[in-house]
Design a binder for this molecule. Structure first.
Ligand code: HEC
Length: 107
């Protein structure tokens, strides 16, 4: 009984540490390169799509597709290049950040 409790607690901590996405880290990563094309907070710029406000699953799936070198739209070449070096952790952090990223004029 007690064992089950502590084991569950351990599992919970272990899993939440491993998989909890960190939107703050996602924002930092976003500002390194992504912002150059997609604009502040993923609001989109000229021919670069708006990428904020989408479900985590949606963004994750797109980034994993590009990382695998597969095309989505006509300009996928750029994204395939950008996504190639992303880790699973960076993808989940970026997706968590982009879901609620809001454009702020002071950014
Ligand atoms: C050099 C410019 C450029 C950079 C830098 C860039 N992107 Fe993109 N991104 C694009 C273009 C162009 C597309 C549309 C590609 C296509 O036609 O498939 C796109 C598409 C996307 C999409 C899919 C949008 C949709 O709804 O289909 C996501 C998500 C995305 N980018 C995220 C990112 C992230 C996260 C980063 C930083 C790691 C990043 N991009 C960096 C140019 C860029």
């Amino acid at each position: 009984m007690m064992f089950k409790f502590w084991f569950s607690l351990f599992l919970f901590c272990f899993l939440s540490q491993t998989y909890a996405a960190d939107p703050i880290a996602g924002e930092t990563r976003y500002k390194k390169t992504c912002v150059n094309c997609h604009g502040p907070a993923g609001k989109g710029a000229a021919s670069y799509p708006k990428i904020s406000g989408n479900d985590i699953a949606y963004t994750t799936e797109k980034l994993e597709t590009y990382r695998a070198g597969k095309k989505i739209g006509p300009n996928s070449g750029l994204m395939i290049m950008m996504a190639k070096s992303l880790t699973d952790e960076e993808i989940s952090n970026l997706a968590a950040y982009l879901k609620d990223a809001k454009y702020n004029v002071n950014d």
